[in-house]
Every structure is written in C-alpha cells, then in structure tokens.
Design a protein around this ligand. Sequence first.
Ligand code: 5GP
Ligand code: ZN
Length: 113
Amino acid sequence: MSDACIFCRIVGGTIPATLVASNAYGVAFRDLFPQAPSHLLVIPRRHVASLAEATDGAELGALMLLAAEVARLEGMEDAGYRVVANTGKDGGQTVHHLHLHVLGGRTMHWPPG
Ligand code: 5GP
Ligand code: ZN
C-alpha cells in the first residue's frame, strides 16, 4: 500500500471510486475517463506495479475471474468484451499499479492503436 499510488488509495478508500465488484484479491471500479460505454478497471488489493512484476498466479487468476464477473454484471457476456493489461512504456501504462481494463458495450477494433 503506497500513499503515492492512486490505485492503492482507491483500495484504501481515500480516493473515491465507483466500485462495481470485489473479491479477496482485488477490486473493480469504473474508469474515470471511459473509452467505451462500459469501461471498468480490475486491480489487486496489494500494490503490484505491473504485469511484469506479477508473481502470484492465484492473485492473477482471481483478477481475471473478477474481470469476467464485472463483464457479466455489465451485461456484456453474450455480446463480448475486451480485457487489456497495458504494461510498461510501450504498452501505454500510465498508472503503475497493475490493472485490467474491461471494455465493452460497443464493437472493439483490431489492431489496437
Ligand atoms: P493505463 O493508461 O495505465 O493503462 O490506465 C490507467 C487508467 O486509469 C486510465 O484509463 C485512466 O482513465 C484511469 N484513471 C486514472 N486516474 C483515475 C482515478 O483517479 N480514478 C479512476 N476511476 N480511474 C482513473
Ligand atoms: Zn498501488
């Protein structure tokens, strides 16, 4: 837990966020600047800087299952959705606390930018 990390502060409750779901390993909340009709972020409760630093398979598995759960809650299961983990500089990561973007509610394009 780091006071300097905005996502740690969302987990700790000192920065408000619209929480959608949670489990023992992570929390899911709405992205402040949504890039699709549904845009959620799924993050670990503990500070992990990025996917490159992740070591706990149980934690990563729980985060993926939470991503699927929020997609279900958002009603995106049948139409489909996208799960993305921007990682590092070339990956476009701007917040250095591991997060899964869950995007849907419209058709996603490929390749991404
Ligand atoms: P990245 O660019 O690191 O893959 O994604 C970071 C995401 O966090 C962006 O989509 C951005 O809109 C979102 N974000 C940044 N600050 C906040 C915040 O304070 N609250 C919420 N809910 N989302 C944030
Ligand atoms: Zn953090």
